[in-house]
Design a protein around this ligand. Structure first.
Ligand SMILES: Nc1ncnc2c1ncn2[C@@H]1O[C@H](COP(=O)(O)OP(=O)(O)OP(=O)(O)O)[C@@H](O)[C@H]1O
Length: 217
C-alpha cells in the first residue's frame, strides 16, 4: 500500500487532522451506534461500511455537522466542529443521498451558482470544462430536470472537481454511475488524496484507493 510522504505535501496540509471519539447516535427510539472513533491525517480516507439501515448516513451527517451526536466529539484540526462551524464548512464538501440540484436550472447554471455560494470563484470556462470532464458536453444547457439519474450525479461531481475543499464526505458517491463515471470519480478521489486531501465515503462496494481506513458499523 502506498503511503504519503509528509515531505511531499504543502506545509499547510501536513498537520491536517480529522478525528472523532466515542460518538453515539440515536434515531427515533433506537440507538444506532456507540463508541465510534477514528482519526484521519492528510492523504487518508475512511471507508464506512455496514448493512442497510445500520447508520452510515446518520454517521456522515454527524461528521458533516448537519446533526448532533448523542455523545462524543468530532474535531477538525484539533478544534470541535461545533466551536467554529463556519471555518469547518469552508473546508468541507458534503455529498448526500439527495442530489441538491435546482431542477429548473441548467447543469451549467447549477455549477456556477453552487460555486458562487461556496465562495469559490469559478469562471464559465472552468465550469464548462468540469462538466465536459464528467461527460456532459452537449447536455450543459439542459434543465437538470431533463437529465438522467446518472447525469445528475455527474453534475454534482463536476462541482466536486471545482470545489477547493480539503475534506470530502461522500454518501454512496458511486450510486447511479456507469463504469466510465466510476473510473473518473475514483481518479478524482485519488488525485484529491495524493494532494493531501481527506475523504470519508460510504459504499457497499470495495474501492481500490490507497491509504484506506475501514470503519464497520
Ligand atoms: N429522523 C429519523 N427518525 C427516525 N429514524 C430514523 C431517522 N433517520 C434515520 N432513521 C433510521 O435510522 C436507521 C439508520 O439509517 P441510515 O440512513 O443512517 O442507514 P444507512 O446505514 O445509511 O442505510 P443504507 O445502507 O440503506 O443507506 C434506519 O433504521 C432509519 O430508518
Amino acid at each position: 500500500m502506498t503511503t504519503l510522504s509528509s515531505t511531499s505535501l504543502p506545509e499547510s496540509l501536513i498537520n491536517h487532522n480529522f478525528q472523532s471519539d466515542r460518538l453515539s447516535c440515536m434515531r427515533g427510539d433506537r440507538m444506532l451506534f456507540t463508541g465510534i472513533g477514528f482519526q484521519l491525517k492528510a492523504g487518508e480516507w475512511l471507508h464506512v461500511r455496514g448493512e442497510n439501515g445500520v447508520g452510515k448516513t446518520s454517521l456522515l451527517r454527524l461528521l458533516a455537522g448537519l446533526s448532533k451526536p448523542l455523545e462524543g466529539s468530532i474535531d477538525w484540526n484539533g478544534i470541535s466542529i461545533e466551536a467554529d462551524p463556519t471555518s469547518y464548512r469552508r473546508e468541507l464538501f458534503f455529498l448526500g443521498h439527495r442530489d441538491a440540484l435546482k431542477d429548473d436550472l441548467t447543469a451549467f447554471e447549477n455549477v456556477l451558482i453552487a460555486s458562487a455560494l461556496d465562495g469559490s470563484a469559478v469562471s464559465q470556462d472552468q465550469a464548462l470544462s468540469a462538466l465536459c470532464r464528467f461527460g456532459l458536453r452537449g447536455r450543459e444547457l439542459l434543465p437538470v430536470s431533463c437529465l438522467s439519474a446518472g447525469q445528475k450525479r455527474r453534475v454534482i461531481l463536476a462541482r466536486l472537481l471545482l470545489r477547493k475543499a480539503t475534506l470530502w464526505i461522500l454518501d454512496e458517491p458511486f450510486n447511479a454511475l456507469d463504469s466510465r463515471a466510476v473510473e473518473l470519480l475514483s481518479n478524482l478521489i485519488a488525485e484529491h488524496l495524493a494532494s493531501g486531501g481527506m475523504a470519508v465515503l460510504t459504499s457497499h462496494q470495495s474501492i481500490p484507493l490507497p491509504n484506506a481506513k475501514v470503519l464497520s458499523l
